[in-house]
Design a protein around this ligand. Structure first.
Ligand SMILES: [Zn+2]
Length: 128
């Protein structure tokens, strides 16, 4: 069953690997956590220019790309829920997510915050 989930999400994982690969030339570090490749773009806590990116962490299949290790740890439950979504949807998730944002916008709602995939991921977060 696990092989099927990885295989089904593999095209999305490949996108994540392609996007993150150049970052390894500039010091990015990868760690496997619960079967997910977590890639920290910067080893430095302040992350400098990375704070200008429109995201702190983003998930593609079984790859989570985050600004720093601390960001990845803080957002792990949220991002790993996105991994579960990729496992359920497979490659169509790359289309389903933006279409859901578009649908929310057409309804006069917020593209990111009201996106059902984000609502589902936020529900997995634990606030201490
Ligand atoms: Zn999210």
């Amino acid at each position: 069953m696990r092989c099927l989930r990885y295989g089904w999400a593999a095209p999305c994982t490949a996108v994540g690997i392609c996007l993150a690969s150049p970052a390894f030339l500039f010091g990015a570090r990868m760690r496997a956590v619960d079967g997910v490749a977590e890639i920290a773009l910067s080893a430095r806590a302040e992350a400098g220019w990375l704070r200008k990116l429109p995201f702190v962490a983003i998930t593609f299949g079984h790859v989570v790309i985050g600004a720093t290790r601390a960001d990845l740890e803080r957002l792990r439950l949220h991002e790993h829920e996105h991994v579960r979504q990729y496992e359920r949807w497979g490659a169509p998730f790359l289309l389903a997510y933006p279409l859901e944002s578009l649908w929310q916008m057409l309804r006069g709602r917020r593209a990111y915050l009201d996106n059902r995939f984000e609502v589902q991921a936020r529900a997995k977060e634990v606030h201490l």
